[in-house]
Design a protein around this ligand. Sequence first.
Ligand code: BGC
Length: 804
Amino acid sequence: MDIEELIRKLDLSAKVRLLTGADMWSLPALPEIGLDRLVMSDGPIGVRGEQWTSADPSIALPSPTALAATWDVELVRRAGRLLAQEARRKGVHVLLAPTINLHRSPLGGRHFECFSEDPHLTGEIGAAYVEGVQEGGVGTTPKHFVANDFETDRFTVNVKVSEKALREVYLAPFERVVRAGAWGVMAAYNSVNGTTMTEHRTLQRDVLKGEWGFDGFVVSDWTATRSTEASAEGGLDVAMPGPSGPWGEKLEAAVREGRVSEEIVDDQVRRVLRLAHRVGALRSADPSPSAGAADGPGRAPIDGTALAREAAARSFTLLRNEGGLLPLTGVRSVALIGSAAAEARIMGGGSAQVFPDRVVSPLEGLRARAGVEIRHALGTDPRVRLAPLTGRVRALFLDAGDEILAEHPLATTEARWVGSLPPDVDGDRLASVELRIRYTPAVTGAHELSVAGAGAFTVTVDGETVFDGTVRLPEGSDPVAAFLAPPEQRVTVALTEGVPVELSARHPAGAFGGMAFVAFTLGHADPSPGDDALIAEAVRAAADADVAVVVASTTLEVESEGFDRTSLALPGRQDELIAKVAEANPRTVVVVNAGSPVEMPWLEQVSAVLLTWFPGQEAGNALADVLFGDAEPGGRLPTTWPLRETDVPVLDVTPVDGEVVYDEGVFIGYRAWERAGRAPAFWFGHGLGYTTWSYDTIAVTGRTVTVAVTNTGERPGREIVQFYLSPPRSPGEPDAGRPARLLAGFDVVDAEPGQTVITTVTVPERAFQVWTAGGWATVPGDYTVEAGRSVADRRLAAVVPVRA
Ligand code: BGC
């Protein structure tokens, strides 16, 4: 049956119903036309599903900066297919991913969730992701369209950006993934040049749907829709979540009263039904060629754990390796230092969170190596909030008379029901949620307990109340701060080694207007001898070991959603710890476990720096693989890494009078560093492997560039050959409005020792164009194309002549 016929069968109210969430994550079923409920879920590194807890686990791949650091479109495509497999397993039709905003400033809170600072790299990685997921019959929504490159005041901020910068930089990756065939796009919270994105007619209707021929659906970011008519007419197709919101009855009335034409509603419905057909949720239509592709004949299921491990190792970026300390050989003892060594930060915070059923910490991964003694020392713990307890947790749903309405098991003491409650909980009767865990202390002393969340809490130990009060959010917090950056209340309790206690935390809860919002954590910390003693102990462990490996990390308070970073420094006393460990053992490796750049004041004092990003659930296994040389660190920086925050050319993310002005134009990332004549700690594209390469020859035919490289080392290796294009310069105009050079292509090559491989890349036509008042214009002249190992390490050059 064709979609037009189905639209004719629906009355206005059914059509409008289809355009707003039936709940937090889905669009309603319309059985009269054979349409199933359409379920959406966050990614991007897994598929969280309709719950926000460990009760509904998902694979957790490395975070987007890590995926981009692989520069490996084949790998990312496979990751996409794995995500589609996860989505189908969990009944999800649309993955709310990938995030393809850019690394404009390293202070951006969701920097870890965006691929890179370069529109070409982001576009290529984003397209591979979209293609991989959709090959599995699951939709994607590249987000957040557009200029949502920081978090401060994200709901209201107006980004002022030139048409040229929009086209050449911020829209470019969206254009790439839309032309690759994305089935959805998510409209951002922010405004661009005075219009909020959910109402942005020029960008949504004219550019996205008109010029680029986008035939998918535009979904609002969650609660981003603020108007009825302006958003419907501005090109938005679906307002999430629901069922309440500015559409529904209000949109129906607007159509009945002639304020919005029914043709608009028909087009919105057409786009939703097209999506439903593509993902196999429209049963009255012929099966779409894509639906079911993931588990179709001849396609073996992807082993998620193996792929998570492979992707992590390939993303690890070796920034420094003095004296070839890595890979470690002949090492008998390792002092493994840091809180993240025992509890890895495997992902960033916010809506990007998923819940893997298993996480391999660096400590576990390294301890699994035979023949090497691993001694762990905490050193210092930079986390501001206490970590949840893990184990057999009972979540009790209680009514006003303390009668248990339902009970659910959890793996951690984190209560998270956002949007909907478990189906067996009656929201109207629910009065509170209580977490209970039986906990056996490993040490005697003053333990700390905490509740993180907003509102009233009661905490008990063996039935005795140790806290009963209210925890308040600071004034002016982000509307979802109670969830994303909750305040914390701590209490100290005396516990005895080996003597189990019953811990509980209770919080009033309910479902308001059908929407549940339960979010709190019961935290715990062992008695601590204090940081000075811990650092001293780590230094002793380092001095006694063959090698010291310090895992340094950012925290949930640093890299998350709803707020930006306030500093690029590693939190807490980690810099001091690293400097002291390096003094005690010159063979010190620093593993940087962060999704975005951090300052490294100790850089020259340590032998090696390995950037592991947010590595996903196989963190520890991949780390062992790379440290001991079973796998090569395959990553190259997708973002320029500053030495000091004050050097960063584009840093500011704080709105002034409600605005952030992108007055640097097209000059972000390496383009800005080059223009400013400043040297970062490490340039875009940098990363060392375990072998060496020679760049032998370069040849150009038309726009196609062919390069030969040879593995000159002693082990098999993988190289990312990068192509940079320098536009011709007009005399007297040093900038000519164009960056000195741009990434125009890349390729991943593998070679055995002594082997020469040839790689060919065709520079996209867009690389020779600029945006002008009259549209895209090719700039003729002699372009220089250079092949190299980073934007600053270029080995071969040739000329590409472009005629008018
Ligand atoms: C985020 C989106 C996310 C959505 C649903 C928003 O706050 O900005 O990236 O997909 O929530 O969780």
